[in-house]
Design a protein around this ligand. Structure first.
Ligand code: ADP
Ligand code: MG
Length: 383
């Protein structure tokens, strides 16, 4: 067991890393963050921020010399970096588990090999692969295999010609071609798994997206008990098959009443932010516990919760004038907690913060959260 006041290492300095730093600090640990951005949200509150690239071996040496163990909040950390650090200190999750989740071809192949329900897809490495793809996949979504997030690196393609065009626009990078599914709903399961193989999952959340970015998470998800149980079972099976240690997010689609896995995130998940406010133990504290070999906590929620993401466009008022949103509007709402990530500049689409509303009655919590979302100025232009 790694106990306080040990120092933990975090690769990546985004908001997920920032919440990890907060959780670790509360538990008495110190945290060093490695992130190339001078102003990264986690770096700003870390005990030490190494401002360096993820493949800067001198910085990695410094990290491993000063930390008892290291984890990540960012799935695009090179697997070679995790492998290198693992020569010196425990690294969780492992390079091999992260490698599966950071490449959509490896991810889909893993799901297929393990008989885990997933949508129809084809691996695309060349134009030839596209031409040979099953025509039944269209209309489809073409997604770059690596480095896509928040709907970036994706194109909806109605036909083979459109897919070829998009493939060239992506620079002929390796891609997956996925059948466009008719979604009844999207849900996610966040869980933690420790070295001994114990798993604790949080209650599934129901997610809605706006412009390809998570907008609202409703917990508990409005799912039948059978689908709820199946989602948790599938997420646990994925963690086991990956030999996963740490906090893992699994995204699902519900199509025709059936559950299919969309993708996995080898880190805490945006749809698990509410666990800070609505659960006995947050997804970030579980990440610390799994990393340090402490017993995992019992994650039961004490409240229903709705989480709303706050994106950068909210900073642009009438006439695109840049200004701070009026947070007093949110602070006036009973049961609402606001979290801001300390990012220096708001860009449209950038995750700047979120709020969570908690309460006893899920229906009332949802009404209150959606009213607060509207009051702060988030508009439903698409729906
Ligand atoms: P990201 O890494 O950006 O989260 P996802 O693969 O999860 O990428 O896609 C983002 C969102 O786009 C999904 O949550 C879903 O709303 C929509 N989407 C993605 N793939 C499909 C699909 N095959 N059919 C229908 N909708 C999809
Ligand atoms: Mg996703």
């Amino acid at each position: 067991m790694i106990l306080p006041p040990a120092t933990l290492g975090m690769l990546g300095g985004g908001q997920l890393g920032r919440f990890f730093v907060s959780a670790a600090h509360e538990m008495g640990y110190k945290v060093w963050v490695l992130d190339p951005d001078q102003n990264s949200p986690a770096g700003l509150i870390a005990d030490r921020h190494l401002v360096a690239a993820y493949d800067d071996f001198a910085a990695l040496d410094e990290l491993s010399a000063n930390c008892a163990a290291v984890t990540t909040e960012f799935e695009n950390v090179p697997a070679t970096t995790l492998d290198y650090l693992a020569k010196f200190i425990p690294v969780h999750p492992s390079a091999s588990a992260v490698a599966v989740c950071q490449n959509r071809i490896a991810e889909k192949t893993f799901l297929a090999d393990n008989d885990i329900p997933h949508g129809p897809f084809a691996a695309i490495r060349s134009e030839e692969d596209l031409r040979n793809a099953d025509p039944a996949l269209f209309p489809a979504v073409l997604k770059v295999a690596r480095f896509g997030y928040d709907g970036k690196g994706q194109a909806r393609v109605a036909s083979l010609d459109a897919a070829i065009h998009a493939f060239h626009q992506f620079g002929c990078e390796a891609c997956v071609l996925e059948k466009m599914l008719q979604l009844d709903a999207e849900v996610s399961v966040v869980l933690a798994r420790d070295e001994a193989g114990n798993v604790r999952n949080f209650t599934p959340g129901e997610n809605s997206h706006r412009h390809g970015i998570l907008d609202v998470t409703i917990v508990p998800a409005r799912l039948s008990p059978a689908l709820t149980e199946q989602a948790c079972d599938v997420a646990c099976r994925i963690a086991e098959r990956l030999g996963y240690i740490g906090t893992l997010g699994v995204e699902f689609f519900i199509c025709d009443g059936q559950l299919v896995v969309n993708e996995m995130a080898p880190r805490p998940h945006n749809s698990g932010h509410h666990t800070i406010d609505a659960n006995l133990i947050s997804q970030y504290e579980q990440q610390v516990r799994a990393l340090c070999g402490l017993p995992l906590g019992e994650p039961g929620e004490h409240s229903a919760a709705v989480m709303v993401n706050l994106l950068g466009e909210l900073w642009y008022g009438a006439d695109d004038h840049y200004r701070e949103p009026d947070w007093s509007v949110l602070h006036a709402v009973p049961g609402l907690r606001l979290h801001l990530y300390g990012k220096h500049h708001a860009r449209p689409g950038r995750k700047m913060g979120h709020f969570t509303v908690i309460g006893d009655d899920p229906a009332k919590v949802l009404v209150a959260a959606l009213a607060a979302r509207e009051a702060i100025g988030i508009q439903d232009d698409e729906h």
